[in-house]
Design a protein around this ligand. Sequence first.
Ligand code: FES
Length: 106
Amino acid sequence: MKITYIESDGTPHMIDATCGWSIMENAVKNGVPGLLAECGGSATCGTCRIYVDADWSAKMDKPHADELALLEYVDEEDPNARLSCQIEMNEKLDGLVVRMPEKQYR
Ligand code: FES
């Protein structure tokens, strides 16, 4: 099972993903740069943002109100933005490609 994370400069990082871990956890535990994840996954920091294209987004649960509120709080305007800590890896997402912002908010 694979996830590819693409940095803002186009650098890809493909990892062997673990089901049941979040997209954030899969990145951090595999040394992918770009996701600070300062709150450890509790949806309170906004430093794990990714961008998910529509084809993949359709295979994911919709974001909860708390996730949308935090994205709004950090002034994220891209409609494809998600918090990677709030998306759990599963079989449907095998081959997932996500893009990362140039920098995360602090
Ligand atoms: S890790 Fe903090 S919001 Fe996702």
